[in-house]
Ligand binder design. Sequence first.
Ligand SMILES: Nc1nc2c(ncn2[C@@H]2O[C@H](COP(=O)(O)OP(=O)(O)O)[C@@H](O)[C@H]2O)c(=O)[nH]1
Ligand SMILES: [Mg+2]
Length: 199
Amino acid sequence: MAVNLQKAEFILSAASPKDFLRDGLPQVAFAGRSNVGKSSAINRLLNRKNFARVGAAPGKTVHINYFKIDGTFYLVDLPGYGYAKVSKEERDRWGRLMEDYFAQPDQMTLGVMIVDARHKPTADDCTMAEWFRATGCPLVVVANKLDKLKKREIEPNLQLIRQTLQLDDSTCVIPFSAEKGDGRQQLLDQIFSHITPRG
Ligand SMILES: Nc1nc2c(ncn2[C@@H]2O[C@H](COP(=O)(O)OP(=O)(O)O)[C@@H](O)[C@H]2O)c(=O)[nH]1
Ligand SMILES: [Mg+2]
């Protein structure tokens, strides 16, 4: 499938369900803890430097950002979680917005969950994986910041991620580095295979 990744445009930032896009195009939804590298991963996929904003006020913006790629599908940047310094109000806002988005699983085509390759997934990560599972839509897990691992740490860490998130064998865990580019093609392949109708 020939998708021109150069043709990426920011569409809108949704703060409530009335702004959710439901135009029938596939949506690939990215979730992860604040600072895990969600924006960086999106930038890496598109080979752009500052398309999705990196490191800007973590946890401060409870919005769902939609990026349209070549008129073919959306990358949906879900608000990050697990940032300690957010108010209860912000956390509640996060919960409501995410519940509303996940309450309409038909709008999601593929979930991409980003975790930190260095660490055991947190309780919040496990909850997030559970939310994705509940939608019934396919899930891909991206283990980011691979460049911070020693070679011998990679396999055990991937196993720990798989076990902790209780992933089934059909769910792939992609070793990834938004910084260096590892795993980019594998993630693109996963995305394209899910947004392309197979007959
Ligand atoms: N070493 C390394 N740092 C990364 C990687 N991905 C993201 N970062 C850094 O992690 C921080 C948070 O990244 P950001 O994309 O803003 O995270 P987000 O809050 O999940 O969107 C930034 O300082 C990034 O430069 C990676 O693959 N390797
Ligand atoms: Mg971000």
